[in-house]
Design a protein. Sequence first.
Length: 371
Amino acid sequence: MARSVFDRGALRTEFDNAGISPRFIPIIWKHMLQNPGCDLDDVPSLPSSAYTLLRSKFRSMTSSLISSIESKDRVTTKLLIRLQNGTSVEAVIMRYDTRLGKYNGKPRSGGVRSTLCVSSQVGCKMGCKFCATGSMGFKSNLSSGEIVEQLVYANQFSHIRNVVFMGMGEPLNNYSALVEAIQIMTEFPFQLSPKRITVSTVGIIHAINKLHDDLPNVNLAVSLHAPDQDIRCQIMPAARAFPLGKLMEALQGYQNKSDQNIFIEYIMLDGVNDQEQHAHQLGRLLEMLKVVVNLIPFNPIGTSSCFKSSTDQNVARFQKVLRGIYNIRTTVRQQMGQDISGACGQLVVNLSEQRSAGGASLLTDIEDLRI
Ligand code: SAH
Ligand code: SF4
């Protein structure tokens, strides 16, 4: 299979072997970003051996954009992207107006910033019981190039300023591709600030332990979802392999190095983890960390789901305990893009049967912290 020119490692190795300078790589990327999908022969000013090599082993884009669907309010655009191996992933663009809060109507110059939610795997093997992606099982890993190509496509719709790894898959289970993709996104010509990139994980401890060394300044979001090991195991099978006590130690270690807030995601499931005593347990659990808690309304994932969303009243009570008693910054995730199922964290792609899975918003609240 041909590789993406955004598979940096592969391109560097091939250039190296052919004695071509790696300084041509950013030139190729810049041209690709400006002319997505163009012929590799159209990239200007490369040595002739580079054209031959590119033609035989690489593609400008290995994935193809199948469709883009915009929500009625035009805040959210969902991109459906088919990969070379025939599977598909989704990426979701969210637009916000920095002055108006939410983008509303026409873009105003300088005021609109966009966040892209990217996928890192097709499916996911972690099997969280509330997650539509989890119900698919694991299908395949995306290459770094396939992750970056989502950003290339999205940039045609909106100027992307933030990237969150909250689409399909568990990014820390595809570690080397994740690291390479983020490095590319922070280099020329993309030049995103690492502070505007957020990696969300179910809590893969060994990967969290090395994340800061490999990707300093990137934000970490942890899908905690439960205040104790028992409840966590009930709703997240991966909690058995990555026990809560050990996960908290890893987060403490991460924070000692990074000094950034850690985002804690907590999905509110009626009667499961949303009672007042759970808020107290969570407050005590997080006491030693610098965190922002993001309470996520559960989006029903179909009839097979045995969970219900918490009532607004329970969410408000939970938030009040965390804020008032434990002094923890706590936000409630807004719902957006429901009419197009633009749901980060619950994307299931099946071209023949594209089921609406509701619509969790992408982290408006997390992004708002960095205006
Ligand atoms: N695998 C990573 C990132 C993708 S999931 C992780 O689990 O963190 C992104 C977020 O969406 C996670 O916090 C996940 O728990 C959440 N999510 C999954 N299913 C959901 C649902 N049905 N309703 C609301 N949020 C959901
Ligand atoms: Fe995988 Fe995240 Fe879904 Fe869990 S919530 S199954 S880790 S994508």
